[in-house]
Design a binder for this molecule. Sequence first.
Ligand code: BES
Ligand code: ZN
Ligand code: ZN
Length: 493
Amino acid sequence: MKINWTKEKIDQTKSDLLVVPFGLGGENSAYKAVVKLTGKKLGELAEAEGFNGQEDRTLIWQGRVKKRLLWILVIGMGKGYVGPSAWRNAIARAIGFATRHRLKSLAVFVDSADAERQVNEVRWTTEALILGAYRFQKYKSRVAKPGTPKQGEVGVFKQAIDEAACRKAVRQAKAAAAGVVMARDLVNEPANVLSPDELTKRALAMAEKKGLECTISNKEEIAGLGMNLFLAVAQGSARDPYLIHLVYRPKGKVTRKVVFVGKGITFDSGGLCIKPGKSMYDMKTDMAGAGAVLGIMSSLRALGPRVEVHGIIPATDNAINGNATRPGDVVKSLAGITVEILNTDAEGRLILADALTYAEKLKPDAIIDHATLTGACVVALGAQTAGLFSPSNEEAKHYLNGAKQAGELFWRLPLTKELNRDLRSDVADVKNIGNRSGGAITAALFLRRFVKKTPWIHLDIAGPARADRATPACPKGGTGFGVLSALEYLSTF
Ligand code: BES
Ligand code: ZN
Ligand code: ZN
């Protein structure tokens, strides 16, 4: 969908559909203006339907305005403050509406008297239109025509208080949403197509297009580096692993250096500790951490944060052949720590451990990993919320602030040190599983051993990386979770 900032007045729109938000108890001047446009008919309709801006309700009118057929959609925003996520989902309902009625273009006029709020509403609206129009249909032989609307306009009713800031918000929202779309596409791609090799090719193509450095290490080079835990996971697969290393260098002064690490398991069969069928269905999404990192990296050139950003992705299948790692195998990590691999399905932490050691060698100010790491985290927090672990209060707070701005749900979980005993191995320095209880925490504690001194955040995105149910702003499947929060976080340095 193509989105433009518009300066046109609400009664001049050439779009097929005019969209205005309506809040309970607000001034709602845009609403009043569209009521006028309809010769008060919309007002009568609102009265008849008992509509006064309730959340989840809409008001629809179709008729002639200045001799031209126009649809009007008024979206109830409910009472009080509407945050980024609720705003996006409310506005994105316009996409479903336009699609059902085969409307090709729409214009949304936000309506706030506050300068900062205006800019935010413009930004969230732009994101809502792009994300709400997202579909993954490349393998559908018959695609519904005409599909989602092609053209969107975003404007401010009456006038923008800071027009330059609004234009910038549209531009930035487009870049950020494009990052989310990239992550969704990667997660939705089936594993037969998205091999470690293909993931690597997509990273290279993106880096080329966006002016990033991209270095790839193949299996021999990974072995040369000493990333034996990564290799232990990869050795059971006929498809070769790759280590992807992307770098964004800002044009001007650099104020900080951050490394993002993403779990890139292109398919998680569980290995010899094979998953039951039902748990395996979704496991093409086990590279969602990698997808988030690639999505983040792809947006940076357009957003221009003053941060040197690295993206590290260990990409491999967790498969089974005659050479697959056996439960009980002992492997020496890049950090020199020996690991008893008791469960081959706890593979994410193995490839991440070596990737974290690799990341720390870059001497960054912070390391942030994204990983669909544990089912236990989904049990603890539900499918909408990611677990955040960090030994650094300061870093955690900073990140959570960004996440709040982005409207993504995170909940900080503890690195309970008493649970370290669960990771004790009889034969090696550590084993790769704990007990059933506290599974998300023991996974985080395992990772923690591989970050010596750098401020570090571990994000367990096993729940929110994928949606089982569609919302207006996101169809079923990959969500691109994590991209918006990371971009907000980076924008604060
Ligand atoms: N990729 C899974 C975690 C996962 C589960 C992601 C559900 C998304 C949805 C991970 O590799 C895994 O299998 N973890 C095990 C760990 C256990 C063996 C200690 C789990 O969560 O059961
Ligand atoms: Zn697994
Ligand atoms: Zn996994």
